[in-house]
Ligand binder design. Structure first.
Ligand SMILES: [Zn+2]
Length: 112
C-alpha cells in the first residue's frame, strides 16, 4: 500500500527470490543460513519473520532484509509524522484505517 512500504525508505531490499521455498534448500538455504548468522553484524534484519509469536502484518518473507541503523530512524519519523489523513488519493486507500495498516503492517515487524 502506498505510504506504508519500507521499500520506499530505501532501507529495505528483497534478495534473490520472492518465494520462501527458495530459501529452504540448496543455494537459497545456504544463503539464508548465512544471513541468519551474519546479517546482524552488518546491520541487517529480517523484519518479516514467522508470525507464530504474534507479529502482525505481512507474512514471513525470507527474502526481505532491512538495514536497521537507518530504518529504525525512518520508522520513528514515520510514527511521529504520518497518520491516516496522509494515506489517501489511491484506489484502496479507504481500507488503510480498516486494516490499521500503520499499527499492523508498518509497525508489524520483528526487531532483533
Ligand atoms: Zn520486500
Amino acid at each position: 500500500m502506498p505510504t506504508s512500504s519500507r521499500h520506499h525508505w530505501g532501507t529495505d531490499m528483497d534478495l534473490n527470490n520472492l518465494n520462501n521455498t527458495y530459501f529452504e534448500k540448496g543455494t537459497g538455504l545456504k544463503l539464508y543460513n548465512w544471513l541468519l548468522e551474519h546479517a546482524k553484524t552488518y546491520g541487517f534484519n529480517q523484519v518479516y519473520t514467522s508470525k507464530i509469536n504474534g507479529r502482525t502484518g505481512y507474512n514471513m518473507e525470507k527474502w526481505h532484509w532491512s538495514y536497521m541503523p537507518l530504518s529504525e530512524k525512518y520508522l520513528t519519523f514515520y510514527n511521529e509524522n504520518i497518520s491516516y489523513k496522509d494515506i489517501t488519493g489511491f484506489k484502496g486507500s479507504e481500507q488503510a484505517k480498516t486494516i490499521d495498516v500503520i499499527k499492523n503492517y508498518v509497525n508489524g515487524i520483528y526487531f532483533w
